[in-house]
Design a protein around this ligand. Structure first.
Ligand code: CMC
Length: 441
């Protein structure tokens, strides 16, 4: 938005921005979003002037128009298709939210029933996929397995890989991806435990079925308390979409080449894996454990962060310059879950102490660094019994609907073009090739 400190002249044309370049001026269109966000359209700048724009990390670049998720990072607002995240987390189911994100409206009861039935239909993996699993070493990372298996899954559904997509096919692809990621995740866990895979139970809801596949054993069925199911539902809803983050942008980038939805979602899993993105939920728990085991107390961790020895994991965000509304809900959910289960987790106390120190420290205040979605989520996952190396897999399960929603939005965009950023070249100028003999080899 234009800065209020620099009032525009009364006769200024508000639909264009005038850019002054050496020797010339050019008018660029101003693009306005439905929540009054303002952007400057530079799509034709190079054609008009020979100049490109430079924005490493895309901190100031809108790569697309999108009607899926709205974030106001200054005010801590997050909405999916216009619905506040707080209300969805409180009242909705993950399956309902997935439909909302992908198709734009809350489902009718018939739509929901049909979608649930499809999710159930798609829970089983093709028997052939068992051999893919057997090819992984026993301690292979579950994120590597997840991305490889999602891609492999596409091979068993050639009808969903065809270049043409419509709503009906997308519903089938969505049900396939959403159901299979749960089965793949649970399968990879059972493998590391040396245990037999539990088949999905079609009578269970999405979240209950996942917990059943993870934790039931042939002689002992896992019956999670309602609070656990509710906490998992909230976790998944809060992770379901977050507009143009690194993994979603990856999905859109890959999809822009015309790649199918399985390949595009598999690439999203890879992008999510890094510790600056979804991998932060694991890194937070590793940091808290280090404190618990006496290596460092919270104050010395904060001091080391300020000395730039490392970053405070689970803190800071590219967009939120105020609190992250997801972290707020997750902190409350954490407390409620531990209370109702009657367990205490010393890591929650350490996390709260760390947050208190950081939130009153000038280093964090000046940089507007607040707890993000990954700061408290791991404590919920621990309470549910999810092993640490699967935390980012859990984030992926939550994010699948968001990735699909963005893939489909791009697919349907009549102005879609392949994503192809430019660069400012800083390497050497033209050089003569030096023959091997002359290089003394
Ligand atoms: N600890 C210490 N300092 C930080 C942190 C942090 N967690 N985050 C940012 N800063 C500092 C950074 O050093 C820089 O300071 P200065 O201007 O003095 O050099 C300033 O704050 C701005 O940082 P930035 O790197 O330009 O910010 P960014 O928008 O590029 O990075 C971020 C965003 C999330 C990668 C970063 O805040 C970070 O590394 N956080 C820790 C990892 C994390 O929790 N990631 C999860 C993000 S939320 C969920 C998700 O997307 O998956």
């Amino acid at each position: 938005m234009p800065s209020p400190a620099v009032p525009a002249p009364a006769d200024a044309d508000r639909s264009v921005a005038r850019l002054q370049l050496p020797g010339r001026e050019v008018d660029l269109p101003i693009v306005v979003g439905s929540e009054d966000e303002h952007g400057v359209g530079i799509g034709r700048l190079r054609d008009q002037t020979g100049y490109i724009t430079v924005d490493p990390g895309f901190g100031n670049t809108a790569a697309c128009n999108s009607a899926i998720t709205f974030i106001d990072g200054e005010r801590g607002i997050l909405r999916y298709r216009g619905y506040p995240i707080e209300e969805l987390a409180e009242k909705s189911s993950f399956v309902e939210v997935a439909w909302l994100l992908i198709f734009g409206e809350l489902p009718t009861s018939d739509q929901l029933a049909g979608f649930r039935a499809l999710l159930t239909d798609e829970q089983l993996l093709h028997e052939g996929m068992r051999y893919h699993f057997e090819g992984f070493p026993p301690h292979g990372h579950p994120m590597a397995m997840l991305s490889a298996m999602i891609n492999a899954c596409g091979c068993y559904h050639p009808e969903l890989l065809a270049p043409e997509m419509d709503d009906e096919r997308l519903i089938r692809a969505t049900a396939t991806l959403m159901s299979k990621v749960c089965t793949i995740a649970a399968f990879s866990y059972k493998m590391t435990q040396g245990r037999r895979m539990e088949y999905p139970d079609p009578s269970l809801s999405y979240c209950r079925n996942f917990l059943h596949m993870m934790f039931s054993r042939p002689h002992r069925r896992h019956e999670p308390p309602l609070q656990v199911v509710r906490a998992l539902t909230k976790f998944l809803i809060l992770h379901a979409d977050h507009e143009q983050n690194c993994s979603t942008s990856t999905v859109r980038m890959v999809g822009s080449s015309g790649a199918n939805v399985f390949a595009s979602v598999a690439s999203g899993v890879c992008a999510l894996w890094g510790p600056l993105h979804g991998g932060a939920n694991m890194a937070v728990i590793e940091m808290l454990r280090q404190i618990q085991e006496g290596g460092d107390d919270p104050r010395s961790i904060v001091a080391k962060v300020k000395d730039r020895k490392f970053r405070l994991m689970g803190f800071g965000h590219r967009v939120y310059k105020n609190f992250d509304p997801r972290a707020k809900i997750l902190e409350e959910t954490c407390g409620e879950l531990l209370d109702t289960l009657g367990v205490s987790d010393p890591l929650l106390e350490i996390a709260r102490e760390l947050a208190e120190i950081a939130l009153t420290d000038d280093y964090f205040l000046e940089r507007k660094l607040y707890p993000n979605v990954d700061f408290y989520s791991g404590i919920i996952l621990r309470a549910i019994g999810i092993p640490l190396n699967m935390f980012t897999v859990m984030f992926s399960i939550g994010r699948v609907p968001g990735w699909i929603a963005h893939w489909y939005e791009l697919y349907q965009d009549p102005e879609r073009r392949i994503c192809r950023p430019r660069q400012i070249y800083t390497g050497s100028g033209r050089r003569e090739y030096v023959e091997m003999d002359a290089r003394g080899c």
